[in-house]
Design a binder for this molecule. Structure first.
Ligand code: IMP
Ligand code: MG
Length: 182
């Protein structure tokens, strides 16, 4: 067996209604905090693209939402994190003096988020917050705060709703656990 064939979809861990309910809660928290103000929401490509698209639409017109994206790649294979993050695409917006919210799909070891927090806070924004859909507490290696948190999940590899395994399964509306093919 080679490539992505060694993994298969096992079962749905979070279905699309559960996800949408949480996205709407997170958007309400953001709305309460930023009502009448500008906020630049920065999605981390490609994993957060779908979450970001749903999230901004739930925030509504009372917040002046601007959208931007960055792309990072972490060295190593696709199911473990090396902690070395390479910025492949930077945001287009000037971050200085802005309210920033970084939107991420999942925090695993926390190394990516810790790296990005340091990078963005060095740019002297007015504020910097993080919004992360999934967290795997059991895998945490560094302590870094999530301001708007979706779900805590067990130490399982998950795909769907933007999350991939080797580029696969991002387009699924639910979040699935994947398993090794037996
Ligand atoms: P961290 O630096 O270890 O926190 O890794 C974060 C990145 O690893 C995420 O942005 C994902 O790209 C990837 N990742 C970690 N766990 C999973 C998973 O279960 N499914 C898909 N991607 C994951
Ligand atoms: Mg990823």
């Amino acid at each position: 067996m080679s490539g992505t064939d060694e993994y298969v979809l096992d079962y749905i861990m979070l279905n699309k209604d559960t996800i949408q309910g949480k996205v709407s809660e997170l958007a309400s928290s953001i709305r309460r905090e930023y009502e009448g103000r500008e906020v630049v929401m920065i999605g981390v490509l490609k994993g957060a693209a779908i979450f970001m698209a749903d999230l901004v639409r739930c925030v509504g017109p009372s917040v002046d939402v601007k959208m931007d994206f960055i792309a990072v790649s972490s060295y190593g294979n696709s199911s473990t994190s090396s902690g070395i993050v390479k910025l492949v695409k930077d945001m287009d917006t000037y971050a200085g003096g802005k309210n920033l919210i970084l939107v991420e799909d999942i925090m695993d070891t926390g190394l990516t988020l810790a790296y990005l927090r340091e990078m963005f806070t060095a740019r002297a924004p007015k504020s910097f917050r993080t919004c992360v859909l999934l967290e795997k507490p059991a895998r945490k290696k560094v302590e870094t705060a999530i301001d708007y948190k979706g779900f805590a999940v067990d130490d399982e590899f998950v795909v769907g709703y933007g999350l991939d395994y080797a580029g696969k399964w991002r387009h699924l509306p639910d979040i699935w656990r994947v398993a090794k093919r037996v």
